[in-house]
Design a protein around this ligand. Sequence first.
Ligand code: 1HE
Length: 260
Amino acid sequence: MTKKDIQLELYGDTSEVAVIRLTRPKKRNAINDGLILAIRDLFEKLPKSVRAAVIDGEGEHFCAGLDLSELQERDAAQGVFHSRMWHAALEHVQYGPVPVVAALHGAVVGGGLELASACHIRVADETTFYALPEGSRGIFVGGGGAVRIPRLIGTARMTDMMLTGRVYNAQDGERIGLAQYLVPTGTAFDKALELALRIASNAPMTNYALTHVLPRIADQPADQGFMTEAMMAAIAQSAPEAKDRVRAFLEGRAAKVQKA
Ligand code: 1HE
């Protein structure tokens, strides 16, 4: 990793959106140890103004996954630590301070799909394709994909992708749940930024509830989930900002929900 391999830029009137861009296009944004640690560090130390983030990849591909040139040199114990390093980094993405939108295009493969899966929203353009070539490389996912990807598309589909090398194109990827948005070629970043600016205008406690509490509720047995929901609802609605926002609607000062 060199300093040139990742970039942070701030967008919005109050620098409320962080854009984190993988800038290693010559290697298709393949992630080596330095780069995964840099992702962790950036999410750990986001500027205080930031309320939402976008992850993007420079060049024709979002991310080609693990930098395979580093793979040969690891023994079993080092392999465990390496995987745990990815887990720690992507934990900072999923359970960091702000919601994260991935802007996908071209290859979203292997560790690239694991990175995208740690984000809260995925926007894909028409050039996007998804694969888990680990199966054919004689290895296994190691960046949290075994946990996160089945939650998006189901265990059966992930098993198929790894056993058969199946590649999903952009349309099918959106259909099965790998991305929530499918947009024309070249517009994924613009759409992701638009969504991030919108997300940044939400009450921070609502965003926190959605990124930190909702996934945990989803993993709880229903009885416990209902109780966690009730507690989160009470905390969110008691925040002064929530009261202001509800009053604004009742007084006709806030936007109505528009028909889609
Ligand atoms: C790489 C990597 C990489 C490209 N590690 N160097 N991921 C994979 O198995 C995917 C491997 N990559 C590909 O299948 C293709 O490169 C792409 C479909 C992503 C792009 O194809 P293309 O034709 O645009 O590029 P290219 O000519 O294949 O690659 C350009 C350069 O990037 C070339 O190096 P060069 O020195 O010859 O120019 C490639 O070697 C290099 N490159 N991808 C290292 N991945 C936490 S565990 C996660 C486990 C995994 O992620 S395994 C899956 C790894």
